[in-house]
Design a protein around this ligand. Structure first.
Ligand code: GLC
Length: 666
């Protein structure tokens, strides 16, 4: 197809392209440019049927992205993106508005369920794989929300005050890493960064994203994030979404008055045309390769890989009996979440699924063959006597608890990390009568369990795990599958233990004076205990680590080689993690940083040799004086293990880069 030259359009037509035609489509410039249909994700197609009074189209509700990240499996991230892309193709969306790669700076953020990690490296590898998956189907991705949009409170006006180094090392890093997948689009965030709105922040949009990161696609605004269409064009924002009546007039005025040159309009309009032509070229090759059933199965598979086992005292799990727990054959499930589990947080990322799940207690009864009693829990008028009696008679009592979109959603943050007092009371009261208790938590980010976790035997963090959660969860609980998921965010002991107790805003600005010490980097620096560390997750299998070798394969390339042995009778997947510490750094650096990982299926009593490659990015930090990433010669310690706080293997290497790459040499 011919390439539309922006020169052939009138100035008016070019300017018309710089805002949407409506809520979801780009403009056509009087029919000369193909319209592009944009639609939400990021955990499934969330599209409004323009021909059916905006009703939300039913789609496959995959586990939300935080559960995807708990799989630590980038192949699944690819499959995840490709799965959603199939439904984009079916319903005619050209660009999927995902992934969200914002860093989980505080567990209070209402949109953490949509994001990937507190660690920029992990968020970056997952973001890139997700984009590759979506775009492998000829559908565009949209990496969002650029940038430093790490809480929902007053997200449209509160400025994120972030220093240069922290921006690059923590908040920009996932966007930079996602660029390797060549995303078609990036979405700028609502918030100002250091006092300038993202939509008119030329330094971040042009100098950093386009210049430093080499992004050559289209930059769109978040919906309603443009405060001034003229300043947005001057900052090189290409597309103001959604449609804005006054955009064309204001921009035309600015051209007339010389505030904006026609060459700038041409550049911005060409990006819209390029996107349209990319979509047009791709559309003819798009092919749906999955059925609705297969997409549902993918939702189940990813949930199974991402749900995390946090506590399993006395091997209360798996249900159905095992050598350690002497067999169990009577279960009691209390609470309506067994029938209607929370599968997502709220807002633009919430997918409407048509899939009706079988209740968790029905799955358990089927998969264990055991008597499984169920009671809905009427919080306001519970029949405690009967509840206590059922708990007392059962071998294991299962309590599904958590909170829904009213607590975790776009546009607002949580004010507490705890369950409701009623739920905490219910857990403690029932556990007082139960022989054994397993609590299943449905939430989109870290939960403070400290008040009740000591009173129960098992805890499973289901997260918001999509339409297949009951099938996946029951397989895991009943031992038909093994837990392998691990947390990609720290679960602190309390909100008070988080940086400034989560109160970093003065109402006008959010001061990022925690700097690079975010997530485990913060808890390490403060030497704080946590409820569950970054990278933590249990399994029915048990793994031991040994034989660490560090092999230099290039000037700044190393292979970290080690053995992982499954010392149990259960097959299982182990996510081993590699952390790096710059021991004698001239700049202040974290205690350790995740720089590699591997997920390996290991049979009982099998030993697997794992090899993780590190390149110079594993040693470098962002040096503001140099205005670039910089690796300093010297000794680096390497830690390997099953979580950020369980690193049994330790080694060291001496980075010896050429003298002329070094500064401030002592
Ligand atoms: C919302 C969200 C963004 C979403 C867009 C369209 O406000 O911030 O993630 O893609 O608007 O719904």
């Amino acid at each position: 197809m011919k390439k539309t030259e922006v020169k052939k359009l009138t100035l008016e037509e070019k300017i018309s392209l710089l805002t949407g035609a409506d809520n979801w489509q780009t403009e056509s410039a009087d029919g000369k440019v193909r319209q592009v249909f944009l639609s939400d994700g990021p955990s499934g197609l969330r599209m409004h049927d323009l021909k059916n009074n905006y009703a939300t189209i039913k789609a496959t509700a995959l586990p939300t992205c935080h559960v995807l990240s708990y799989t630590w499996d980038t192949d699944l991230a690819f499959e995840y993106g490709a799965t959603i892309a199939d439904e984009c193709i079916i319903h005619g969306a050209d660009v999927l508005l995902g992934p969200g790669v914002n860093i989980k700076r505080t567990p209070l953020c209402g949109r953490n369920f949509e994001y990937l990690s507190e660690d920029p490296y992990l968020a970056g590898v997952f973001g890139a794989a997700y984009v590759e998956g979506v775009q492998s189907k000829g559908v565009g991705a949209c990496v969002k929300h650029y940038c430093a949009n790490n809480s929902e409170a007053d997200r449209c006006h509160q400025s994120s005050e972030v220093d240069e180094r922290t921006l690059h090392e923590i908040y920009l890093k996932p966007f930079e890493m996602t660029m390797k997948a060549k995303p078609w689009t990036v979405m700028c965030s609502y918030n100002p960064i250091n006092g300038i709105y993202a939509s008119e922040n030329r330094k971040l949009l042009n100098d950093v994203l386009r210049g430093e990161f080499g992004f050559d696609g289209l930059i769109m605004s978040d919906w309603g994030a443009v405060h001034n269409p003229v300043r947005a064009v001057q900052a090189t924002l290409d597309l103001c979404m959604p449609h804005r009546d006054d955009s064309a007039g204001l921009i035309s005025e600015a051209v007339k008055s010389g505030k904006i040159g026609e060459a700038e309009i041409d550049e911005r309009a060409q990006k819209v045309i390029d996107l349209a032509e990319k979509a047009e070229r791709a559309a003819v090759k798009r092919k749906v390769t999955t059925t609705a059933e297969e997409r549902h199965e993918t939702a189940v598979k990813i949930a199974k890989e991402g749900i995390v086992l946090l506590k399993n005292e006395g091997n209360v799990l798996p249900l159905g009996g095992n050598a350690e727990n002497g067999g169990q054959n009577k279960y009691f499930v209390l609470g309506e979440l067994s029938e209607k589990p929370f599968i997502s947080g709220g807002g633009s990322g919430e997918v409407q699924t048509a899939f009706v799940q079988k209740a968790l207690h029905e799955h358990i009864a089927e998969k264990t063959g055991a008597e499984t009693k169920y009671r809905n829990f009427c919080g306001w008028e519970p029949n405690w006597r009967d509840i206590y009696g059922d708990a007392y008679e059962a071998d294991v009592t299962i309590l599904p608890v958590g909170h829904d979109r009213s607590v975790e959603s776009e546009a607002h943050d949580r004010s507490s990390l705890r369950l409701t007092p009623e739920q905490e009371d219910m857990i403690l009261r029932v556990a007082g009568y139960a022989k054994k208790t397993v609590v299943i938590v449905y939430a989109g980010s870290a939960v403070d369990m400290s008040r009740w976790i000591g009173a129960v035997d098992g805890v499973v963090f289901s997260g918001y795990a999509g339409e297949g959660v009951n099938e996946a969860l029951s397989d895991l609980l009943c031992g038909k599958a093994n837990f392998g998921g691990k947390l990609t965010e720290t679960f602190p002991l309390s909100l008070e233990d988080t940086y400034k107790g989560g109160r970093t805003s003065d109402g006008m600005t959010d001061l990022y004076d925690d700097g690079i010490f975010v997530g485990y980097r913060y808890y390490d620096k403060e030497k704080k205990e946590v409820l569950f560390p970054f990278g933590f997750g249990l399994s029915y299998a048990k793994f031991e680590y040994g034989d660490l070798r560090i092999e230099k394969t290039g000037e700044s390339d190393y292979d970290i080689v080690y053995n992982v042995t499954n010392v149990s009778e259960a097959a299982g997947k182990e996510i081993s993690q590699v952390y790096v510490k710059d021991v004698l750094a001239t700049a202040r650096r974290p205690e350790k940083e995740l720089k590699g990982f591997s997920k390996d299926l290991i049979a009982p009593h099998e030993t697997k040799t794992v090899r993780v490659h590190l390149d110079i990015s594993a040693f470098a930090y962002y040096n503001v004086s140099l205005g670039k990433w910089y690796a300093e010669n010297g000794v680096f310690e390497i830690f390997v293990g099953g979580s950020s706080r369980n690193l049994p293997l330790k080694g060291k290497l001496y980075l010896e880069l050429p003298e002329d790459t070094q500064y401030s040499v002592r």
